[in-house]
Design a protein. Structure first.
Length: 101
């Protein structure tokens, strides 16, 4: 008799994601000031703009992301992947809105 553990693994992943959302993210926010978060966002904006200039063409998103992550690491910022993803997406959206205007 075999037992399919797919549902259990999926449930555990959902549980871990919920714990991160409920506890880890608020913890990070409690350990950083508004000024630190603003500084991080400013550096993300700079890195995203630079990546857009450096890596022209379609299908270069992975290279752009790696550039941004390496740039942030060189500045001493070490955040979890989800936080970085959100900051990058916000910066890309903001940049695309400026281009449209």
């Amino acid at each position: 008799m075999t037992f399919d553990m797919t549902k259990i693994v999926e449930a555990l992943i959902a549980l871990v994601a919920a714990v991160i959302t409920a506890f880890v993210i608020p913890y990070i926010r409690s350990k950083t000031t508004e000024a630190q978060r603003s500084q991080i966002q400013a550096w993300v904006n700079i890195a995203v703009a630079a990546a857009e200039q450096i890596f022209n063409g379609n299908d270069r998103g992975a290279e752009k992301k790696r550039y941004v992550l390496d740039f942030l690491k060189s500045k001493g910022f070490t955040l979890d992947d989800a936080a970085i993803e959100n900051l990058i997406e916000a910066a890309v959206f903001e940049l695309s809105q400026k281009v449209v205007e």
